[in-house]
Every structure is written in structure tokens, then in C-alpha cells.
Ligand binder design. Sequence first.
Ligand SMILES: Nc1ncnc2c1ncn2[C@@H]1O[C@H](COP(=O)(O)O)[C@@H](O)[C@H]1OP(=O)(O)O
Ligand SMILES: [Mg+2]
Ligand SMILES: [Mg+2]
Ligand SMILES: [Mg+2]
Length: 344
Amino acid sequence: MKVQKVLLQSDVHSKSDKTPVTVADYGLFSNSTLHTLLSSQAIVSFVLVKELSTEPFSLVAEEDSGDLRMESGQETLHRITKLVNDTLVIEESYTVATLSSEDVLYAIDSGKSEGGSSGRHWVLDPIDGTKGFLRGDQYAIALALLDEGRVVLGVLACPNLPLASIGTNNKHSSEPSNEKVGCLFFAKVGEGTFMHSLDGSSPIKVHVSDIENPEEASFFESFEAAHTSHDLSSAIAKVKLGVKAPPIRIDSQAKYGALSRGDGAIYLRLPRKGYREKIWDHAAGSIVVTEAGGVVTDVAGNPLDFSKGEHLDRDTIIIVTNRKLMPSLLKAVRESIQEKVSPM
Ligand SMILES: Nc1ncnc2c1ncn2[C@@H]1O[C@H](COP(=O)(O)O)[C@@H](O)[C@H]1OP(=O)(O)O
Ligand SMILES: [Mg+2]
Ligand SMILES: [Mg+2]
Ligand SMILES: [Mg+2]
């Protein structure tokens, strides 16, 4: 959050489309991003190892220390180490000793497990929705626990997600947005999904929307057209289901969080051909939604399979909604795909 604030105060963000333009802009953006995602991975990994010292530890995480071990990476490593220590200071129980650069490298590289169908594995996306982070929009820190290939626990921190609904029905776009942001969702198998504010309000139990008529539903999709087909989702939602509201396009697993509390009723992810989704992009989000009463499936109607290592199957379409809407949504997705493949 600290790094994003600095980014947003820089000149870069005064441009209307919030995208980097000059070489210097790109430098600032990529350095800040690198610092943030590696620090996040180091902090979560360090804390997990400390808390779980009595059991075998396996972490499947997105990032690795990469060039940080080389001469050219020393300045970056130094800054990340400072960022990690400055952050851990806030939490008194972790300030026993200052972490060295070596400790930070070790923590980052503890995330090299491949996961799989046996035993327990933590799954971490230290910054999910990197593009949203850069734009000053939505991003998430997503942590899940797999047990024998099944997600049994999920935590989703969404630092920029308003505590109030972001659903199209509740939004008054003419009003200035001074709403409070920063939500944390957590779900444990069989125990439901809870949300509280990042600054620590008491948790409330959340439920997915109970809308039955698809025309009244609003739907989420990626902000980035490279991550999902906006054309296909619009064909499914507008044409097949009669959805009236425009799509809510936001980055990251904040979509799962927002859906789990009923801000919208549908999330469609229609990746480009050949793409293999990573487990850390969906593990936490999927249990947050299912424990809130929702359903997360592929196009065959099966739950996502997190037991095959780092990836889901190639070309996995992800369909998320409540139990009542799922049959018609599945039908609409299948029909639209069929029509796209073999146009009449
Ligand atoms: N070509 C791609 N197709 C689908 N997802 C992608 C692609 N490239 C990166 N991603 C990952 O998809 C997620 C973002 O999707 P969304 O559009 O829902 O925000 C991110 O986790 C991003 O990784 P990252 O964690 O590095 O940001
Ligand atoms: Mg991700
Ligand atoms: Mg990521
Ligand atoms: Mg990434």
C-alpha cells in the first residue's frame, strides 16, 4: 500500500489513462512493482514459516528471487529487505530480530514447491492483478491452503476494494467516491466466508447474491482484455441471458471477494486459447465464493482441479455464480462457444 501510494503521487499518474509513457516511467513502474511483489512474498512466507514451525512446510508461490542474487540485483535486494523489515515492525510479535538480505532471499525462495495431490501445500499470489496495482485500481494478496489437492482455507486481502458494494445496482457514479476501502475475506471449508475491513473491524459473514433472474444480475470480468474475451462474455451475458447492466471490469481476485458478498452474481473468465491458469490465481478466490454459497466450475460443470501442480488444465474456462443461476449460465456459455467455433 505504501509503494502504491508513492506510485500514485508520481507524475506518471497525472496522465489521464494512468499508463506509463516514457522510459523513466517504465523504470519507476517496474521497480516499484518488483519491490512490492517480492516483499509481499517474503513477508507472507516468513510469517507462515514462523507460525508453522512444527510441521513440514510447502509453499507454491508465484515469484522467485531471480536476479536478486546477482551483483546487479544488490540495490534492489537492499530496498526489498528494508521494505520487509519496515513492514514487519508494525506487527510486534515479528520484530524480535531484523531480517538480513539472506533471510529475505530464503523466505522468497521457500515458495518453490510444485504442490500436487498429496499432503498440504500453501498457495500464494503475493500481488494478484499486477496491472491493477500499477493503475492504482484493484489488486489482491491471495493465500490458500491445499489439503490432498482440495482447497481447505483461503484468505484474500483486497486493499483497494470499497467496504460498500461495488455492484452496478448500488453505484451512484455521480457521487464523489470517498468510501472506505480495504477488505479482507477469509473462508475455511465447512465454516462459511467472512469479511472484515483491513484495519480490523469485526468479521461479518457474507453470502453470494440470491438473484434468480439473469436479467437482474450484474457480472464481473477482467479489466484486461488480454486475460479474458470481453466479446464472448458480452455475447453470453447480454444476448443469451439478457443481462442489462454493463460488466463490472476489475483486476485480480477482488472479483471473487466482491461476488462472495453479493455485489454481482456472475464472474466469467474466458482465457485466450492455449492459456493455462495458475492455481494461485484462483485457489483463495474459489473457496471464498464456495463457502459463501456460490459455485465455481469449468465449462463441464466440474469444480476446478487444484491437484495437478502449479497449473489448472489448459483452456480452463471459469464460471462463477450462485446455485440458482448456474444451470442457465452453463448452458449459455456452452451455446456461445459452439456458435463461435462453428458460425452458421
Ligand atoms: N495472458 C493471461 N491470461 C490470463 N491471466 C493472466 C495472463 N497473464 C497474466 N495473468 C494473470 O491473471 C491474473 C489477472 O487477471 P485479472 O484480469 O483477473 O486481474 C493475474 O493473476 C495475472 O497474473 P499476476 O498475478 O501476475 O497479476
Ligand atoms: Mg495472479
Ligand atoms: Mg501475481
Ligand atoms: Mg505475475
